[in-house]
Design a protein around this ligand. Structure first.
Ligand code: XBP
Ligand code: MG
Length: 253
């Protein structure tokens, strides 16, 4: 078994429950530009099968407002709507109301203390990632990660493995020495297609996904006195996920 050198994290739904912030930012952009689109929770759950904000808006228009796509300047409209949505999302991040999910800060610290490298592989916009990391981990947050691959790093978004190939290249790492954390099915498919062992922590928007190929499927990473639940895999006497448990799962896979 290759020693574990790197932990890679997805962002939305994995580091923090940010998807509802994305939903609100989309709706603010629609409202500000006088559009009658309004994405409620149930609709957004469905729309999350398409990763990437621009792709998600196009997908919504195909189903609910095909006339929108007939305008000559539709590509520019989607781009400017998405820029506006990113501005609103960054404002929400900077308000400081968003917290990391249970166990994330603890595991990041343990990994750093043990000399492991940290990295990010996400399909979201880079500004979203840096603002989330700064809001939750402080000004040094983004610098804790040896590599950050985001929407601008890969042509095809998850479930394509491109963003994982990009992060492996930046790190100069082989897939077998990494372990990744994802919350969604497109994320799991992307990571596994890149050959990386994956632990799933289900999030508010991904509770019904199917995670057959995961090393373990958990409610979250847990904290001392705040145990997590294993929906697939065994906690092996642990109440929360630490490096020892991750090594144990890798050894048994
Ligand atoms: C989740 C996503 C993202 C965001 C929207 O990304 O699907 O597309 O919902 O982000 P991940 P943008 O879980 O891989 O972090 O609007 O910036 O595209
Ligand atoms: Mg995610």
């Amino acid at each position: 078994m290759t020693p574990l050198s790197t932990l890679i994290f997805d962002v939305d739904g994995t580091l923090a429950e940010t998807e509802d912030c994305h939903r609100k930012a989309f709706n603010l952009a629609f409202e500000k530009t006088g559009m009658d689109w309004a994405w409620d929770h149930a609709l957004y759950l469905d729309l999350l099968s398409v990763t990437g904000g621009k792709e998600r808006m196009r997908h919504y228009a195909e189903r609910h407002d095909p006339g929108f796509l007939e305008a000559d300047d539709v590509d520019d409209r989607i781009l400017s709507l998405h820029r506006l949505k990113t501005d609103f999302y960054v404002e929400i991040m900077q308000s400081g109301d968003i917290a990391l999910r249970p166990g994330i800060a603890r595991l990041l610290n343990e990994a750093r203390q043990q000399g492991l490298r940290l990295a990010i592989a996400t399909t979201t916009t880079r500004a979203n990632v840096t603002n989330l990391l700064t809001a939750t981990l402080g000004a040094d947050g983004p610098g804790m990660f040896a590599a950050i691959s985001a929407a601008d790093s890969a042509e095809r978004k998850k479930p394509a493995p491109d963003v994982y190939f990009d992060v492996l290249e930046k790190l100069g790492s082989a897939p077998g020495e990494c372990l990744t954390f994802e919350d969604s099915q497109p994320g799991l498919i992307a990571a596994r297609a890149a050959g990386i062992d994956t632990v799933v922590t289900r999030s508010a928007f991904t509770a019904c996904d199917d995670y057959m190929d995961a090393l373990a499927v958990l409610s979250d990473l847990g904290e001392p006195g705040q145990p997590c639940e294993a929906l697939r895999g065994h906690m092996r006497g642990h109440e929360f996920v630490d490096l020892e448990l991750l090594q144990n799962w890798r050894g048994k896979s």
